[in-house]
Ligand binder design. Structure first.
Ligand code: SAM
Length: 441
């Protein structure tokens, strides 16, 4: 699709002598990439499990270029949550955020979950990831990706940024605003981004970004960091929005990124830009540090389940897995959840799920859920059924079919030691419990 003339004129003005290199890059196919999920596997194991080659990308240690022009979604390693398909420069924002194990991290504009799942990998199961997506219809994909990649220490919500950040004011060590933008860095991948583009659209995105940043600032605790990123090139959504934020939030200072990704920004600020000439589709990343902050306004969580149902849930957990059962459980309708440590009060914040689903309560019986298996390493599961990535049995399992198998009771199904689902064994067969919506056709 031809690029709009007014967009090209803006890029020529912005890039000057580099404009021909940008035009040349725009005529090439887009970069494709995968990000290894360290919660479930190593880069070495991912390499062995993929039918294509991967090469390290410069934007995050877990990010790789992929030589693959087909879909990723039906690959066994994808079902098992060993990787997230992500254009490599999109990993730069979380590299700038630099979350540490034990941190509380808010991803305010989170769907479909590329950056949330990257944050979860860096938290290594410690601390809390709060992944929020205001557009409810996009939150399903976020929930599904958090589950697939085995993220247990998370809360997913669909809440307006202002309500959420007022409710959790001063609570987070790190806040990421990966803002909705005019998407100029998507042009090589998505013709709709070209169709929707206009100078007026870029200007209206900048207004919305500033409102989101105003809310996000509230959620950062004193001494915490805020990262702002877009996948567009327009200065009003990038350098000008970053400068606007500093001017309007004197309790924040601009910081250099921990790693100098891409190239310096156009205004001499400490922010960074990535163009297709730099090995990625396009990103802008700015990092701010909060000095003084108001007191933390998050309430204390009080929704813990106690009594015989909680004990039955723990017993079920111990019958399935060898590790310690998380201490706190909650019940939401028919669902029992394993809660992360240190939750705040969740009420009024549009929470869709906290922690991992352990089981469903059906007619007084506890039926384990797909989610709890996805958060376990294969070796922590009792009697896992190991299948090779190329085996017809694994293909059949991922299509939802029954398998031949010994033993009795719930058994995890693993690929190269990584859980991809479970079934219930009896009479020499494994009844398939792989969720219908995830199955290969
Ligand atoms: N961080 C995501 C990832 O890595 O997968 C991509 C986020 S995308 C660039 C921006 C998100 O912001 C979209 O999911 C969009 O629905 C959401 N959004 C749209 N309007 C918003 C608003 N007013 N406030 C907060 N988020 C908004």
């Amino acid at each position: 699709m031809p690029l709009p003339k007014s967009f090209l004129a803006r890029m020529q003005a912005l890039l000057g002598p580099e404009y021909p290199a940008f035009l040349e890059a725009c005529s090439q196919p887009p970069f494709r990439g995968v990000r290894v999920n360290p919660l479930k596997c190593s880069a070495g194991l991912l390499r062995q499990s993929l039918p294509f080659a991967i090469e390290p990308a410069p934007f995050a240690p877990t990010s790789f270029y992929a030589q693959w022009d087909k879909g990723f979604g039906s690959l066994p390693a994808h079902h098992a949550g060993m990787f997230y398909a992500q254009e490599p420069s999109a990993a730069s924002a979380v590299t700038a955020l630099d979350p540490q194990p034990g941190h509380r991290v808010l991803d305010l504009c989170a769907a479909p979950g590329g950056k949330s799942t990257q944050i979860a990998g860096l938290l290594q199961g410690r601390g809390l990831l709060w992944a929020n997506e205001v557009v409810r219809s996009r939150a399903g994909a976020l929930l599904s990706n958090l589950e697939r990649l085995g993220v247990a220490n998370s809360v997913a919500s669909s809440c307006h940024p202002q309500t959420l950040c007022q409710g959790l004011a001063g609570y987070f060590d790190r806040v990421l605003v990966d803002a909705p933008c005019s998407g100029e860095g998507m042009f090589r991948r998505d013709p709709r981004a070209v169709e929707e583009w206009s100078p007026e659209h870029a200007a209206s995105c900048a207004i919305r970004q500033r409102a989101i940043l105003d809310s996000a600032a509230l959620a950062v605790k004193a001494g915490g960091a805020l990262v702002y990123s877009t996948c567009t090139f327009s200065p009003e959504e990038n350098e000008e929005t970053a400068a606007w934020f500093l001017k309007n939030h004197p309790d924040f200072t601009a910081e250099a990124l921990p790693v100098p990704l891409g190239r310096p920004a156009h205004d001499g600020g400490p922010w960074r830009r990535i163009y297709p000439m730099d090995g990625g589709e396009g990103h802008f990343v700015a990092r701010f540090r909060r000095g003084d902050g108001g007191p933390c306004r998050a309430g204390t969580f009080g929704g813990e389940l106690r009594g015989s149902l909680a004990e039955a849930g723990r017993e079920l957990y111990r019958s399935l897995f060898s590790g310690d059962c998380p201490e706190r459980l909650a019940q939401v309708k028919d669902s029992l959840l394993l809660l992360p440590e240190g939750l705040p009060d969740l009420r009024g914040l549009g929470v869709l799920r906290a922690g991992a689903e352990l089981c469903q309560v059906r007619k007084g019986r506890l039926e384990p859920s797909h989610g709890v298996f996805m958060c376990q390493q294969g070796q922590a599961c009792r009697e896992p059924l190991e299948l090779s990535p190329e085996s017809p049995e694994l293909e059949a399992f991922l299509r939802g079919e029954e398998l031949e198998c010994g033993g009795k009771g719930y058994r995890a199904v693993c690929v190269n030691g990584v859980t991809t689902g479970f079934g219930k064994a009896s009479g020499g067969r494994l009844k398939n419990r792989y969720p219908k919506g995830l199955r290969n056709k």
